[in-house]
Design a protein. Structure first.
Ligand code: NAI
Length: 340
């Protein structure tokens, strides 16, 4: 049997953490042959609750679960981590300014990045879920100079999945027929979900959906706002934020990273820009991405790469630029706070 993969989950007593860790233990992330060791990081106020989660993990008697550790110490949590899922974050409280929010999250993601730098496994791969995800990933990465930048990612997979389903519903096809949608930019209301390179069955999505080049009609009036504001819509209807769908997206992001994206398709993820599509270097921006997969974890195993060479319409270019401008403003704000 393979050696266990060490998976660190922060905010493990929170809602997403609670939904996520059981599926990881069940093998939904790395497949049925890969044992996992879970390390759960929580703040002192919630650590008892995380210990309760660990009790329930024991009670699942998961054959793949090689052990569970609970800690409040980031150094212990990330020691030996192969996969780090950074879910715990500071939500915006009443009366909190944006700079207060960025500063509070800097105090979380800076030290966590440093702990990853100090003690994680050589092949560590990091997914930031906690919001503001892109900028939190930027902060963690800045604190981990010895870890290759490509190992830090931010989650836009939930937005990607939301976009797939909206296209499928509009085209009246099963979601499995829809491929190659893209989320560009920031995981925020400025994100740009793009269908211009998508396919429905074997036909171009714009043809099936009757989307003109300027996006007039369904695309700009319904699709883009529905995807970008889906989180708020779920809160209104469910009476709580997106949790199981977010946990599912974190799992799929990680699974595709390690095992590879399906041939002929791509997904979306926030990656550290190397200047692709004119996005300033170093920003954590969502792009269309593929992973070539790999036989296993390890320094030479799978990596994401940006799907290059897509032609962008004027509409797409303007929407992407607007979201990237927001990412730049967030980077300026955390620079001013000395966080990057
Ligand atoms: P939650 O509030 O239920 O759980 C967060 C947990 O993180 C809490 O248990 C808290 O004690 C813990 N935590 C806070 N600071 C920590 C630290 N320094 N170290 C370890 N743990 C810490 O929130 P929920 O619903 O689980 O969401 C988590 C985050 O995910 C939020 O920031 C939310 O906005 C974000 N999110 C991101 C999505 C995306 O698509 N990128 C989608 C949905 C949610």
């Amino acid at each position: 049997n393979a050696a266990p993969v060490t998976v660190t989950v922060t905010g493990a007593a929170g809602q997403i953490g609670y939904a996520l860790v059981f599926r990881i233990a069940a093998g939904d992330m790395l497949g049925p042959d890969v044992p996992v060791r879970l390390k759960l990081l929580e703040v002192p106020q919630a650590v008892r609750s995380a210990e309760g989660v660990a009790m329930e993990l024991d009670d699942g008697a998961f054959p793949l679960l090689a052990g569970v550790d609970v800690t409040t110490d980031a150094r212990i949590a990330f020691d030996g981590a192969n996969l780090a899922l950074l879910v715990g974050a500071r939500p915006r409280g009443p009366g909190m300014e944006r700079s207060d929010l960025l500063e509070a999250n800097g105090a979380i993601f800076g030290p966590q990045g440093a702990a990853i730098n100090a003690g994680a496994a050589d092949d560590v791969r990091v997914l930031v879920v906690g919001n503001p995800a892109n900028t939190n990933a930027l902060i963690a990465r800045a604190a981990a100079p010895d870890v290759p930048a490509e190992r830090f990612t931010a989650m836009t997979r939930l937005d990607h999945n939301r976009a797939l389903t909206q296209v499928a519903k509009h085209a009246e096809v099963p979601v499995s027929q829809v491929r190659r949608v893209t989320i560009w930019g920031n995981h925020s209301a400025t994100q740009y979900p793009d269908v211009f390179h998508a396919t429905v069955g074997d036909r171009p999505a714009p043809e099936v959906l009757e989307v003109p080049d300027d996006g007039a009609g369904w695309l700009t009036e319904t699709f883009v706002p529905t995807v970008a504001q889906r989180g708020a819509a779920v809160i209104e209807v469910r009476g709580g934020s997106s949790v199981a769908s977010a946990a599912n997206a974190a799992l799929e992001h990680t699974r595709d990273w390690v095992l590879g994206t399906p041939v002929g398709d791509w997904t979306s993820a926030g990656l550290v820009s190397r200047g692709e599509y004119g996005v300033p270097e170093g920003l954590v921006c969502s792009f269309p991405v593929i992973s070539d997969g790999g036989p296993a974890l390890g320094p030479d195993a799978a990596r994401w790469s940006v799907v290059e060479g897509l032609e962008l319409s004027e509409l797409s270019r303007a929407r992407i630029d607007a979201s990237v401008a927001e990412l730049e403003a967030e980077r300026e704000a955390v620079r001013a706070l000395g966080l990057v």
